[in-house]
Design a protein around this ligand. Structure first.
Ligand code: BGC
Length: 738
C-alpha cells in the first residue's frame, strides 16, 4: 500500500515537472521525494572504469550503486556508448535521476588546441573563447555534460607543472581569459546540447604551492589572495560558471576543501554563487593526511560544513554523511542545499527531460573530423607561438634549397598535444608534426634533411656527429628542442627547469657550424635556456600546439603568419629567481638596475630582471610608440581619464601588436606593485600604417584592497605606462584627486 502511494507520488511529481514550474520548484518537487541516502547519493561522484586521472579505488560495484541511486555523477566516462550505457542504469534507479558526466576537457577533445598557457599567449579573447566553444561542441556530442575547466589558478612559479593549464601570472589577463573560457564552454546556455557546464578550478590559491611542488601547502596574506589569486575566480563566477572545484592545498593552514571562508563566506556568500562545488579528486579524504580531520566521518563533516557539495572519489560522503545527519552533527538543511544545487544543474542541462540528450551517435560522428574545428585550431596555434628573438631578420625563412631539421621533437606526433589531451586510434595520421608541416609547406624543390641529434633527456652525445654533418649540408637549420610533453601537467613539478639533457649542448654544436640556426622550444612552462637566448639568432616558443601544430609552425617559419603572441608569464634566468613576476613590490631598497648591488634588494650572483618579461613577444615587423598623451593631468572619481599613444608599424611586414597599459599607484595605505596591467588592445597594422590607441581610465580601475580588505581607490599620484611588454613602455604621470 505504502509502495503504491510512493509510486503515485513520484508520478505526480515528475508529471508536474513537465508543467510550467520554475526550475527551483521542479528541484523542490524532486527533493521532496528523496530519502536521505538518495540525497547523499547525488553528492557522490566516482571515476568511470575506463580511465583515471587520480589514484584509483577498486570498486566492482559501481553499476549496482548507480541502480540504487547512490551516485549523482561520474567522471572519465568517454563516448556516447559508455555514457548511454550508464545513464540507462541510472534510469533503473527508483527516482530515475540522471547522472552527470564530467571530464577534463582542458584544451580540446578530439581536436586538441594549444595548451591553455599557450593560448593565453595569444591575448586573443575571441580566439580563446572559440577554442573552448569547439572543445565543448565536440565533447558534448560525445556524451560529456561537464568539463573540469577552466583552470584559473594564477601561477608565479614555473616549477609548478600545472602552469600549462592556466593563463599565467596576471590577475587582469587571467580574469578576462577565465570569462572567455566559461562563455566558450557554456555557449548559449546550459539547455543546449552543445554546451558543457564549466568548472572554475582549483578554488583557491592552488597555484601558489610552496616551492612550486604540486599539492603543497599555500601560505599567503589575505591581500595577496584577494588581489592576485581570487580575481579570475570572481570573473568566472560572474560569467555564470555552473560549478567550482575546490583544491588540494591548504590555505593558511586550512584545506581548501574544508575552508568555509573560501566556499561559504566568499563564493556562496559574498559572490552569491548559485552553482555547486565539487571537491578535487579525493580532496575530502585528503584532509586526513593534511592533519585537519581524524577520519572520513570527520572529513565529511568539515567538507559539508565548509560548503563542499559533491565528493569526487573519496567515498567519504557516501559512507558517512547519512550517519552525520542521523547523529545530529550535520543539519539536513546543508544536505538539502547541496542536493538542490546539483539537481538544479541537471534540470538546467535538460537532463530530466531527456537523460540521453547528450548521447547521440550521429552528433558524435558529425564532430569527429570537423574541418572548421581543425582550421580554428591551426589559427589558435599560430596566435600562440611567441617570437622571442629574431636577429638580423633571420625569420621568416626563404624556401632555401637545403633545410636541416634537427632535434628530438621535429618528428614528434603525440608530443604536440601536451598534458590533458586524449589519445585516439588515428592520432599518428591526424596530428601534424613539425616535419610534416614544413614538408607540406616547402614543396618538392626544397631538400629537407633530418637528424635527431639526441633524445629529450639524453646524457649521450652519440647523435651529435650525424646532426653536425646534416647541418653542414644545409643553408639553414631548424632545431626543435624542449621538455617532454608529460613533464608539465598535474604532479609534474620540476626543481630544474633548464632545457633538459644535452639539448643545449646540441644547440651549441650546431651553432658552431656557422649555419644560421632557428631554435623552436616546445614546453608547457617557461624554461631556462640562457646560452641559446644569448647566441642563437632566432627563437620561437612553440609550447604544445595541438592537432595542427606542424602546419601552424610552418606558417610562422615561412611568413604566412606573422607572430603576434606575448608571454603570459615571466621567464626566469635561473630557478633561484622564482617566484618571479612583473607586479612585485618595490621594497625600501630597490636596485637601480641589474648591476646595482650597493646594499639594495638584489642577488649578488644574478640580475633581478627576468630573461624575458611578462607581455614580451616580437613580430617580424617593428612597432614604434609615440609618447603618451593624457586628457588631463588629474581627474576625479566619476570622471574618465583618457590616455593615448600612436602606434606605427615601422617594419616591412603587416602585423598585429598587443598594446599594453599598466599603472602604478605611487603611495598607498598598503604598498602597491611597481606595475599592474589594466588594459590591452590588439591592433592590426599594415606596414607603414599607424593608429591612435586610446585607453579610458576611471577611479574604479585604480581600486585595491586596503588593510581592512576594503576594495577602494585612494587619491594620490600615479604613473601610467603604455608599451609593447611590461618592461618596454612609455611613461606619464597623473593624479587622482578627491
Ligand atoms: C585534478 C583536477 C581534475 C581531477 C579530475 C584532479 O587530480 O587536480 O584538476 O579535474 O583530477 O580528473
Amino acid at each position: 500500500m505504502h509502495f503504491v502511494f510512493l509510486i503515485f507520488g513520484i508520478m505526480i511529481s515528475f508529471l508536474s515537472i513537465g508543467q510550467k514550474k520554475t526550475i527551483d520548484q521542479k528541484v523542490d518537487s524532486v527533493l521532496k521525494l528523496m530519502t536521505l541516502d538518495e540525497k547523499v547519493g547525488q553528492m557522490n561522484q566516482y571515476n568511470g572504469d575506463w580511465d583515471a586521472t587520480g589514484p584509483i579505488t577498486a570498486d566492482g560495484d559501481k553499476q549496482n550503486q548507480i541502480r540504487k541511486g547512490m551516485l549523482g555523477s561520474m567522471l572519465n566516462v568517454t563516448g556516447v556508448e559508455h555514457t548511454r550505457q550508464l545513464q540507462e542504469i541510472a534510469m533503473q534507479s527508483r527516482l530515475k535521476i540522471p547522472l552527470l558526466f564530467g571530464q577534463d576537457i582542458i584544451h580540446g577533445y578530439r581536436t586538441t588546441f594549444p595548451v591553455p598557457l599557450a593560448e593565453a599567449a595569444s591575448w586573443d579573447l575571441n580566439a580563446i573563447q572559440l577554442s573552448a566553444r569547439i572543445a565543448a561542441t565536440e565533447a558534448a556530442a560525445s556524451g560529456v555534460h561537464w568539463t573540469f575547466a577552466p583552470m584559473v589558478d594564477i601561477a608565479r612559479d614555473p616549477r609548478w607543472g600545472r602552469v600549462m593549464e592556466g593563463a599565467g601570472e596576471d590577475p587582469y589577463l587571467g580574469s578576462l581569459i577565465a570569462k572567455a573560457r566559461v562563455n566558450g564552454f557554456q555557449g548559449k546556455g546550459l539547455g543546449n546540447t552543445d554546451a558543457l557546464m564549466a568548472c572554475a578550478k582549483h578554488y583557491a590559491a592552488y597555484g601558489a604551492a610552496i616551492g612550486g611542488r604540486d599539492y603543497n601547502a599555500v601560505d599567503m596574506s589575505l591581500n595577496t589572495l584577494w588581489e592576485i589569486y581570487l580575481p579570475p575566480f570572481r570573473a568566472a563566477a560572474d560569467a555564470g560558471a555552473a560549478t567550482f572545484m575546490n583544491s588540494f592545498n591548504t590555505l593558511n593552514g586550512i584545506p581548501a576543501t574544508g575552508n568555509g571562508y573560501l566556499q561559504r563566506d566568499i563564493l556562496k556568500g559574498k559572490w552569491n554563487f548559485k552553482g555547486f562545488i565539487v571537491s578535487d579528486w579525493n580532496s575530502v579524504g585528503e584532509m586526513i593526511p593534511h592533519g585537519f580531520a581524524k577520519d572520513n566521518y570527520d572529513a565529511s563533516l568539515e567538507a559539508i560544513t565548509a560548503g563542499n557539495d559533491m565528493d569526487m572519489e573519496s567515498r567519504s560522503y557516501i559512507n558517512n554523511l547519512s550517519k552525520l545527519v542521523k547523529d545530529g552533527r550535520v543539519n539536513m538543511k546543508l544536505v538539502d542545499d547541496a542536493v538542490k544545487r546539483i539537481l538544479k544543474k541537471k534540470f538546467e542541462m535538460g537532463l530530466f527531460e531527456d537523460p540521453f540528450k547528450f548521447s547521440n551517435k550521429e552528433r558524435e560522428q558529425h564532430q569527429w573530423n570537423n574541418s572548421e574545428n581543425l582550421e580554428a585550431e591551426k589559427s589558435m596555434a599560430e596566435k600562440s607561438i611567441v617570437l622571442l628573438k629574431n636577429d638580423n631578420q633571420l625569420l621568416p625563412l626563404l624556401k632555401q634549397k637545403n633545410i636541416a631539421l634537427i632535434g628530438p621533437f621535429i618528428k614528434g606526433i603525440r608530443d604536440n598535444l601536451g598534458f590533458w589531451s586524449y589519445t585516439w586510434p588515428d592520432d599518428s595520421s591526424r596530428i601534424v608534426s613539425a616535419w610534416q608541416g614544413i614538408k607540406n609547406k616547402v614543396g618538392s624543390n626544397v631538400n629537407l634533411l633530418y637528424a635527431k641529434g639526441c633524445n629529450i633527456n639524453d646524457t649521450s652525445h652519440a647523435g651529435f656527429s650525424e646532426a653536425i654533418a646534416t647541418a653542414t649540408q644545409a643553408d639553414v637549420v631548424i632545431l626543435n628542442v624542449g621538455e617532454a610533453a608529460d613533464w608539465s601537467g598535474e604532479a609534474k613539478s620540476r626543481s630544474n627547469i633548464h632545457l633538459p639533457g644535452v639539448q643545449e649542448e646540441l644547440i651549441r654544436a650546431i651553432y658552431a657550424t656557422g649555419k644560421p640556426v632557428v631554435v623552436m622550444i616546445n614546453a608547457g612552462r617557461p624554461l631556462i635556456f640562457n646560452w641559446t637566448a644569448d647566441h642563437v639568432p632566432a627563437i620561437l616558443y612553440t609550447w604544445w600546439l595541438g592537432t595542427k601544430a606542424g602546419d601552424a609552425i610552418a606558417d610562422v617559419l615561412f611568413g604566412d603568419y606573422n607572430p603576434s603572441a606575448k608571454l603570459p608569464m615571466s621567464f626566469p634566468r635561473d630557478e633561484g629567481q622564482i617566484p618571479i613576476y612583473y607586479n612585485y613590490f618595490n621594497t625600501g631598497r630597490p636596485a637601480k638596475g641589474d648591476s646595482d648591488l650597493n646594499y639594495v634588494s638584489s642577488y649578488i650572483d644574478l640580475p633581478n630582471s627576468p630573461k624575458f618579461p611578462f607581455g614580451y613577444g616580437l613580430s617580424y615587423t617593428t612597432f614604434s610608440y609615440s609618447d603618451i598623451k593624457l586628457s588631463a593631468a588629474s581627474f576625479k572619481p566619476g570622471q574618465t581619464l583618457t590616455a593615448s599613444v600612436v602606434v606605427t608599424n615601422t617594419g616591412k611586414y603587416d602585423g598585429i601588436e598587443t598594446v599594453q597599459l599598466y599603472t602604478r599607484d605611487l603611495v598607498g595605505s598598503v604598498v602597491r606593485p611597481v606595475k599592474e596591467l589594466k588594459g590591452f588592445q590588439q591592433v592590426s597594422l599594415k606596414t607603414g600604417a599607424n593608429k591612435t590607441i586610446t585607453f579610458h581610465i576611471t577611479a574604479n580601475d585604480l581600486k585595491f584592497y586596503n588593510n581592512k580588505l576594503e576594495y577602494n581607490y585612494e587619491a594620490g599620484d600615479f604613473k601610467i605606462f603604455i608599451g609593447t611588454n611590461s618592461h618596454d613602455v612609455k611613461e606619464a604621470s597623473f593624479a587622482l584627486v578627491k
